[in-house]
Design a protein around this ligand. Structure first.
Ligand SMILES: Nc1nc2c(ncn2[C@@H]2O[C@H](COP(=O)(O)OP(=O)(O)OP(=O)(O)O)[C@@H](O)[C@H]2O)c(=O)[nH]1
Ligand SMILES: [Mg+2]
Length: 198
């Protein structure tokens, strides 16, 4: 499918799954722990730094933020999990929102599952992958912030991570940088191909 990623626009913000938008187009979800680079990736895909709010402090995205992708898909920027600096109450509210989102029976066409390439996957990361595998939701694994590594370090880290995850279901794996845009075009092609096959 031919998708113009530059034509990405803010659509709406949802604090509750009851307010999720009705849609005729496929839904792409960006998921991952807090600070993994979800909002930055949306900006990198759209080639802007103004669309999604990015912050050095974890816990920036606190609601589900929807973007319209070229009239062909909705993109949902989820709050990150594992945000320990927030109060228990706030943390519970975010994770409830994500849990409810994934359990509300909404049709999800594709999850971009993000992990910071430098970090050891957390229990929550592994739990999320398990959930996606069991629920049969299509996903792509996206390792972020690859500009932090040299090419040799990157290869080494990817191989140790692949042992860790055993990359179930032959999921596609991408290594990207929203900062220097490495891997972003390949990721766009993969998203376009998957949407074209729905
Ligand atoms: N070097 C580098 N930094 C990045 C990259 N992507 C994101 N960051 C930084 O990582 C921090 C978190 O980025 P966000 O995009 O806000 O992360 P998020 O996953 O949306 O975080 P929450 O909304 O809190 O869940 C910011 O300081 C970004 O500038 C990248 O590719 N390279
Ligand atoms: Mg965010």
């Amino acid at each position: 499918m031919n998708i113009n990623f530059y034509n990405m626009k803010y659509k709406m913000t949802c604090a509750d799954v009851k307010g999720l938008p009705e849609t005729e187009v496929p839904e792409i979800v960006i998921s991952g722990r807090s600070n993994a680079g979800k909002s930055s990736l949306i900006n990198a895909l759209a080639n802007t730094n103004k669309l999604a709010r990015v912050s050095g402090k974890p816990g920036k995205t606190r609601e589900i933020i929807y973007f319209d992708l070229d009239g062909k898909a909705l993109v949902a920027d989820l709050p990150g999990y594992g945000y320990s600096a927030a109060s228990k109450e706030v943390t519970a509210k975010f994770s409830d929102l994500c849990d409810n989102y994934f359990r509300c029976g909404r049709k999800i066409s594709l999850v971009l599952f993000l992990m910071d390439i430098r970090r050891t996957p957390s229990e929550e990361d592994v739990g999320m992958l398990d959930f996606l595998n069991h629920a049969g939701i299509p996903y792509i694994i996206v390792f972020t912030k690859c500009d932090k590594f040299s090419a040799a370090e990157l290869r080494k880290q990817l191989s140790s991570l692949s042992e860790f995850f055993d990359f179930d279901n032959n999921a596609e794996v991408f290594a990207v940088s929203s900062k220097d845009k490495k891997g972003i075009n390949d990721l766009k092609s993969a998203i376009s191909d998957i949407l074209g096959n729905i």
